[in-house]
Design a protein around this ligand. Sequence first.
Ligand code: ARG
Ligand code: ZN
Length: 879
Amino acid sequence: MPLDHAQPQTIFLKDYEAPAFAVESIALCFDLREKGTRVLSTMTVVRQSENMPNLVLDGDPQMDLLSIKLDGTPLPAGRISRAGEQLTIKDMPASGVLEIEVEIEPQNNARLEGLYKSGGNFCTQCEAQGFRNITFFPDRPDVMTRFTVRIEADKAAYPVLLSNGNRIEQGDLGAGRHFAVWEDPFKKPAYLFALVAGDLGVLSDQFTTRSGRTVALHIYAKARDLPKCQHAMDSLKRAMRWDEEVYGLEYDLDIYNIVAVSDFNMGAMENKSLNIFNTKYVLADPQIATDTDFDNVEGVIAHEYFHNWTGNRVTCRDWFQLSLKEGLTVFRDQEYSADQASRSIKRIHDVKTLRAFQFPEDAGPLAHPIRPDSYIEINNFYTVTVYNKGAEVIRMMHRLLGVEGFRRGMDLYFQRHDGQAVTCDDFVAAMEDANGADLGQFRLWYAQAGTPELTIEDHWEESTGRYELHIKQSVPQTPGQTEKAPMHMPFLLGLIGPNGQEMDAELVAGEGTRHDAGWLLHIRQSDNRYQFSGLGSRPIPSLLRGFSAPVTIKASLNRADKLFLTAHDSDPFARWEACQDVMIETLLDLVKAVDAGQPLDVGQDLIDACEKILEDAQSDPAFAAELMTLPGEAYIGQMMDVVAVDAIHHARIHLRHVLAHALESHWRRLYREMTDTVFGLSPEQKSRRALKNVALIYLAALGDNETARTHYAQSNNMTDRLAALQVLVNGSDDAARDAAFADFYDRFEMEDLAIDKWFALQALSDKPDTLKTVRTLRNHSAFSLRNPNRLRALVGSFASGNQLRFHAVSGEGYAFLSDIVKHVDQLNPQTAARLVLPLIRHERYDPVRAGLMRKQLQALLNVDGLSKDVYEIVSKSLM
Ligand code: ARG
Ligand code: ZN
């Protein structure tokens, strides 16, 4: 391989060693300047292990080391050496005070890791290993220390100076400068360190904990954005209350700060008492944010708040344990959101996310267990597997142990590990010990990658009234894991009688218990049999209710059974699932027919089932909207051996067209009935809006351009406005589209988050000239390779959200992406490594496309100075 740089090093979990030195405390002093910032660190270091004479600190190779003293005396050159990311101090005494001064350049930091500038303000992002770009330190989560932080800066330009914990001092320094000193009473790893200095407005409020303490709450943002922070503030207070009520967990400091910044690699960061957020997950008002955005803000605010216990009070021993905090915290935020509005719709959304993003990851070249065994760049492992499959694994324990059992496990976990850096195994052990449970086999979920596949057959014996379910499991091979053992998982089952009622039965063979939502079966073997007796007639099985395990299913249920479940299942998730199943089946048939040039037939039974859904839509409009939303093109592609890019698009358009025409009067009626005259954000109003906007899509499929045009003109909120644009961008009325997009731009020119949507929608268009449009937009004055939100909006939407146009058989979409990745990699490797992902599953496409994708990957691999971030992704995808 003609790589100019040394082959990046792989880090292994099996090589973990406890730290040789502890850091008792650290005092940091930041002298923030426009051209270079000096950071003076004073830390007390204490040896932990006799046989390690040298102290090794992590630090960015580019960092300018100005001076280093031990116990007040400069260290001679012979006592220190620098190699790569490491600074070694030879023959370190058993304890000592190290003073290190460095100079860094936050003003030029485009990686957005460490200390950097966003919108003129200073801010930090230290997880996972950004602290080493700020100063030399044992930058690993099992080194926890007490931080005191002094910040000095120009007073006019940076009136707000923040760090973790409590502000213990502030004042003027003369010459237009001022300072603040912050002290965090809790020991923490460096990845939770944060600093903000800027010209920010603040929205303040307070919260009284259940033990009666008052916590000051502050959300900092650009002054003009403060009116958009109220929803985040309300969400924060709800989350604080929820964690007290559900887990007995109370906030532990007198102050909780959130800062919104517009340049951010990910969603948000749980730094102790100083969360730093992507504006996307803080700012929300009805003019710029959709109903979905409101929900996302609420979910992420809650997520970061919940980290205070699951992440900060108890943190990770090493980065292989990332799911310890992330899987658990995602589970907690999912449950929180489920408690705010509709539990079943929240579950449907979470399962859709898992299937759309995690299943492909688990089936592709980057498949890894939720606790990976190795990595080259840890930032590449902030994945849907670690987060969302990790949450599913927690959810399964919750299901197996029950609500109270799970709570007992959580209590024991905090009792044992508060203030510690621990492993996933420690968490499972707490769950086991608090319940006298054996999760030995269950632990495989942490070690084995790949989505288990269940094959289910059933057998009914009329003469004895016995019903048997035969469930086989197999776990597919994944890179580096060819042998898999069977997993332990909960399988929630309902048995439904001909009248649509749950049937009474007795489990006479196989492991399981009666459950309020049916039967909770345990799957442990490759081959599992369950027998029920006492049934008067053949039941229709409602399988994997609530998606009780993150698996795929092949079942012998026929189409009539599935439509029966669509109509009658008492488990809403299972109803939705059954309906989607029939839609998928129909779409796959249509794909075959498109390819064979045969007539396209949808089937009256599906149309009838949909009619029933629309007739009953009033009772739960949002649920009807979910039922009537067709599976996405990418998901249909996942069901095929070779993704039929064009045929999938045609099949889906056809199904929509048929359902639009056959049910036209229902769509017109619902569109009318679901239209509210006053805007509101109550769950009912959001629910009606959701169905109205699904109706709009079907009306547009009738060739009705007028409705979308009027919809746009009359919209008084972003949800409606965006729904209209989405239809117009794919429709045939070019004049209406251009007028609406021009209006949108003028209206929201000053609103970055709205302009992101403007870019994204154009990139998602199914029009043949979309790539051309995207190329033009890449040169738009509002586009920037340096802003991750904007990159994701234009490039990410096109490459990961527009299967039809990105995978154009010409290969131009691939070439466009690889060119962008090459440029972004020089600025921001972490974001570049995410953007490249749509190229990696080349084995799923026909030889022409696959060849063109590999060609681009290969070209990237040959780029001079490629980051290890992109190198890891690309090289693994070519193995
Ligand atoms: N811990 C943060 C969260 O889940 C994610 C930060 C990850 N950032 C990164 N650069 N890897 O809320
Ligand atoms: Zn998190």
